[in-house]
Design a protein around this ligand. Structure first.
Ligand SMILES: [Cu+2]
Length: 181
């Protein structure tokens, strides 16, 4: 509840300061956010690079990739629509690239409202402040026991606006990315 109260005014401020966020509708109202599409149906799922021998997987999340969801997206996806699966025991290297003009971050969290990663070190530096426009950060984590997590932007208001994707830690298999509706 606290996070939501804090988040809303900041989300409005962020929208007002955006120069490229698809704000033609001026859509900072909760209704506009709730009805925003989760992704462009023409978009391809994220590509991953993985190596079974070393149990490593790499992928890049581009924050504010396009105007989808008012810029509150990773690679064009929001509200959990992009699903990345990483098997337990594999090590993921995540590059978080901020293509936008406002600050964004990437962090593995257990659910909405978190301010710190759920796995130690599994986020960009100072994730509530975020990376400045045009900046990138990289982090690594080893996938724990199977659980469904998120990778969210922890800049206040952004996750609540839908800026998160789904991270599934799975018991076996290979890393994969898919899209859900
Ligand atoms: Cu953000």
């Amino acid at each position: 509840v606290l996070a939501a109260l804090v988040a809303l005014p900041l989300a409005v401020a962020a929208c007002g300061g955006s120069s490229s966020g698809g704000g033609s509708s001026g859509g900072s109202s909760p209704a506009a956010t709730a009805s925003a599409p989760k992704f462009d149906p023409a978009a391809a799922p994220l590509s991953l690079t993985s190596d079974a021998a070393s149990k490593t997987v790499k992928f890049t999340l581009v924050a504010d990739y396009n105007s989808s969801n008012g810029g509150m997206n990773f690679n064009g996806y929001s509200q959990g629509a992009l699903v990345i699966s990483v098997p337990t025991g594999w090590t993921a290297t995540v590059t978080c690239q901020n293509k936008g003009t406002i600050n964004h971050s990437c962090a593995v969290v257990s659910g909405p409202g978190a301010t710190q990663p759920s796995i130690s070190g599994a986020g960009t530096q100072n994730p509530t402040a975020g990376l400045g426009g045009g900046q990138s950060g990289t982090f690594n984590f080893t996938a724990p026991s199977p659980v469904i997590e998120r990778i969210s932007c922890l800049v206040p208001g952004h996750e609540a606006a839908g800026m998160w994707i789904t991270l599934r830690i799975v018991a076996s298999g290979n890393p994969a990315a898919s899209v859900t509706t």
